[in-house]
Design a binder for this molecule. Structure first.
Ligand SMILES: NC(=O)c1ccc[n+]([C@@H]2O[C@H](COP(=O)([O-])OP(=O)(O)OC[C@H]3O[C@@H](n4cnc5c(N)ncnc54)[C@H](OP(=O)(O)O)[C@@H]3O)[C@@H](O)[C@H]2O)c1
Length: 304
């Protein structure tokens, strides 16, 4: 007998997280994958892709009405932390109004909306943080992500939020992330300068995708910190990358965040405590070395 799979919508399906969600969800769901523009070369086989803008309440409502997804995963976002300082309107539109329009559609048609947020909602003075700690974002990106969380929680939709940080992983065509950029530079024997005063939990996108699916299925209307299990500074993370990939660590110089002159301030002493997710959702997140080794395998598999 043919088994009918429930529908799910993934918004931001061409992004790093979105791609990993689509790959994992397609096993048990009929996935409708949305992104602002669809690029054929980035599409996963057997999945329906549609161009759609999450900031259009009309578009989102029509899509949800048509497909009646059990879950909607929102991996779409404005993610340029420095760009957000000047492109404020666009950042707010996507990170706040986009969430609100998805939440509206989810509420009207009874879907559960699983949304993704960030450690940038904290100031990084007193990390690592629990879900119950008070947010105090330093920059506009963090402010917009916090407002997005609040828009969802007050929407009346069935909701869940997974906060993550320092996301890396494999997705065809996705922008370089911290780890893939380092590997590329070191492979070309280019020296790199890496900060040793920014602490956080590096998170493999495929690991986060599995945790978010567990969160969706759990039916809990709560915020969870979902990230790698280990807190590490970026310089020591770079040394680990060089070690796992067998690259020359003498090319890595340690510097301070203030040396970079970035437009947006970063939360320095960040990091998440993930005990709540481990206990209540049963997630087991990879540590830094485990995640980098897993990424290496994922890239080798994709290229074989
Ligand atoms: N990356 C990190 O280190 C990090 C850390 C903490 C939290 N997060 C959160 O994790 C989530 C996923 O991040 P990510 O790194 O996977 O993001 P990403 O790679 O930048 O992917 C986001 C995707 O959303 C698309 N998008 C942008 N605006 C859209 C719109 N209006 N309608 C539909 N799609 C739209 C983007 O298209 P374009 O590329 O064409 O704009 C892109 O394909 C986000 O909520 C982010 O805030 C990320």
């Amino acid at each position: 007998m043919l088994r009918v799979k429930p529908n799910v919508i993934v918004a931001g399906a061409h992004g790093l997280l979105g791609y990993n969600l689509v790959v994992q969800l397609k096993e048990n769901f009929d996935v409708i994958a949305l992104d602002i523009a669809i690029k054929d070369e980035l599409c996963v086989e057997g999945v329906d892709y549609l161009p759609a803008d999450i900031t259009s309440q009309k578009e989102m409502t029509e899509l949800v009405k048509k497909h009646h997804p059990r879950y909607i995963f929102n991996a779409a976002a404005y993610t340029n932390v420095d760009g957000a300082e000047t492109e404020r309107e666009l950042c707010w539109k996507i990170n706040v109004e986009g969430v609100a329009s998805l939440a509206h559609a989810a509420r009207v048609y009874g879907s559960r909306l699983v949304h993704v947020s960030t450690d940038y909602i904290f100031d990084g003075d007193h990390g690592p943080y629990r879900e119950s700690n008070r947010p105090d974002p330093l920059g506009y990106y963090g402010k917009s992500k916090l407002a997005g969380e609040n828009a969802l929680m007050s929407s009346g939709a069935n909701w869940a939020i997974g906060r993550t940080m320092v996301l890396y992983g494999y997705a065809p065509g996705a922008r370089l992330n911290f780890i893939t950029w380092m590997v590329e530079q070191l492979r070309q024997s280019k020296p790199i300068r890496i900060v040793d005063d920014q602490f956080g939990n590096p998170t493999l996108a495929s690991d986060l995708a599995s945790a978010l699916i567990k969160l969706a299925v759990s039916s809990r209307e709560e915020i969870y910190h979902l990230c790698g299990s280990e807190i590490i500074d970026r310089y020591h993370l770079a040394l680990l990358v060089a070690d796992v990939y067998g690259l020359d660590s003498s090319l890595i110089t340690r510097i301070k965040t203030s040396d970079l002159g970035q437009a947006a301030k970063r939360p320095l002493n960040s990091g998440f405590i993930i005990e709540k997710a481990e206990k209540e959702l049963g997630v087991e997140m990879l540590d830094a070395r485990g995640g980098i080794e897993q990424l290496k395998l994922e890239i080798e598999k994709a290229q074989s």
